[in-house]
Design a protein around this ligand. Structure first.
Ligand SMILES: Cc1ncc(C[n+]2csc(CCOP(=O)(O)OP(=O)(O)O)c2C)c(N)n1
Ligand SMILES: [Mg+2]
Length: 397
């Protein structure tokens, strides 16, 4: 199905009041809005909850699987709400909300096999859930009681990465490792790496595209285009739709409705299978919207219009699955109540876990820095220990 994503009003380029345009910026002739062409958006479930077919992405899905996806979507939204509330109450230092991006994350996350490896940014709480990571682990990082340390091998879910786009290189290197281990082919494994629309402007991401392409690496580049990189709108990142970037690097790019969990599942499944079989990388642009603030320290009302938010509310990723389940009689009303109750329980568990987290001892920050301690690290540890002891002496005096 072809959906035109036309109609996005061109936004004026924001400049601080009184600031002159940089002299180096050339005068531009008016150009068409880069994202407003009739790019094909792959969709299997409309915002109204109608199932539609796509010839390239046939998807057989049982009622049970559908209900299970709905459960994931509701639970991850609940975890997110709980974390935002905890931050507001001073229990977390900061939180990066996934609100609006649940379908992109659950759809792609559920397309992975246990052996596939996922490399997230800092917002992939829904993917973490699908991989089986305890959500409390994510909160440890945002509470500042750990450096984000979980064992990536335990759930094949790598550590959160704050340095924008750098994980695309890690993922590509990992994928090249899979190749060299001979784990590509029938029953092969592959890598998925998540990044944002803003990240596509980073050198690291472009280098990763080149490496992955020329090495035919088994990696899927999953870009959640949530339309914003903090306060920078998409049109400040690209003059072409993001998925078309892949073509210039020599591998396929597809744009999927990022608020459609079924389309995200089908498109990611196909791309991962192709990577596992040795057919190289794919870029998936999940066209979605960041419904909340960039993080809890951000105020989006300062740079974007509420009308935009209102338009995206109508495309809610959870509501359309609910409507479809009801309409196609694949769930009773009691099911939705059960899921609500379960989500509330998960939320309560995450909250309790957060409140029970112990502060680490200051010296523990030197642990796990390197596999073997160097003289320099030992000296830094000793210096810091002496510094801490000086407070005790002061207290005695
Ligand atoms: C290399 C680097 N530059 C700048 C930042 C600051 N920063 C944090 S998030 C962000 C925006 C990222 O936007 P996008 O890639 O669209 O991801 P989103 O947050 O929208 O999911 C920036 C610039 C950073 N963390 N790392
Ligand atoms: Mg973004």
């Amino acid at each position: 199905m072809t959906v035109k994503d036309a109609g996005r009003a061109a936004r004026p380029v924001a400049r601080a009041p009184g600031k002159r345009a940089p002299a180096a910026e050339p005068e531009r002739q008016p150009q068409p809005e880069p994202q407003a062409d009739s790019a094909e958006l792959i969709q299997l479930l409309t915002p109204e909850g109608e199932r539609v077919e796509h010839p390239d992405y046939p998807l057989e899905i049982s009622a049970e699987e559908l209900r299970s996806l709905y459960r994931d979507l509701v639970i991850v939204r609940r975890i997110d709400f709980e974390a935002i509330a905890l931050q507001r109450q001073g229990e977390l230092g900061i939180w990066a909300s996934l609100l609006g991006q649940e379908a992109a994350q659950v759809g792609s996350g559920r397309a992975l096999t246990a052996r596939d490896m996922a490399f997230p940014t800092y917002r992939e709480h829904g993917v973490a859930w699908c991989r089986g990571l305890d959500p409390a682990k994510l909160l440890e990082l945002y509470r500042g009681v750990s450096h984000g340390g979980w064992d990536p091998k335990e759930h094949n879910f790598h550590l959160y990465t704050i340095v924008i786009g750098s994980q695309t290189l890690h993922a590509t290197g990992y994928a090249m490792g899979i190749q060299r281990d001979g784990a590509v082919g029938e029953d092969g494994e592959a890598v998925i790496v998540y990044f944002g629309d803003g990240a596509t402007s980073q050198g690291d991401v472009n280098e990763a595209f080149i490496w992955a392409s020329v090495n035919n690496a088994p990696v899927v580049f999953f870009c959640q285009n949530n339309q914003w990189a903090i306060s920078e709108p998409l049109e400040r990142q690209s003059r072409v739709p993001l998925y078309q970037r892949a073509l210039g690097f020599g591998f396929p790019g597809v744009r999927v409705d990022g608020n459609d969990v079924l389309a995200c599942l089908a498109v990611t499944r196909k791309a991962m299978q192709s990577a596992r079989e040795g057919q190289g990388p794919t870029m998936i642009e999940a066209f979605t919207y960041r419904m909340g603030a960039h993080t809890t320290t951000d105020d989006p009302t300062r740079y974007r219009l509420s009308a935009e938010l209102e338009a995206w509310k109508l495309k809610d990723p959870i509501e359309r699955v609910k409507q479809y389940l009801i309409r196609s009689e694949q769930a009773e009303m009691a099911f939705f109540d059960e899921i609500e109750a379960e989500a509330a329980q998960v939320g309560a568990r995450v909250r309790a876990a957060c409140l029970n987290m112990q502060d680490p001892t200051p010296l523990s920050m030197f642990d796990d820095v390197l596999t073997a301690e160097t003289r320099q690290l030992a000296a830094e540890r000793a210096g810091f220990a002496a510094y801490l002891e000086s407070f005790e002496e002061e207290a005695v005096r």
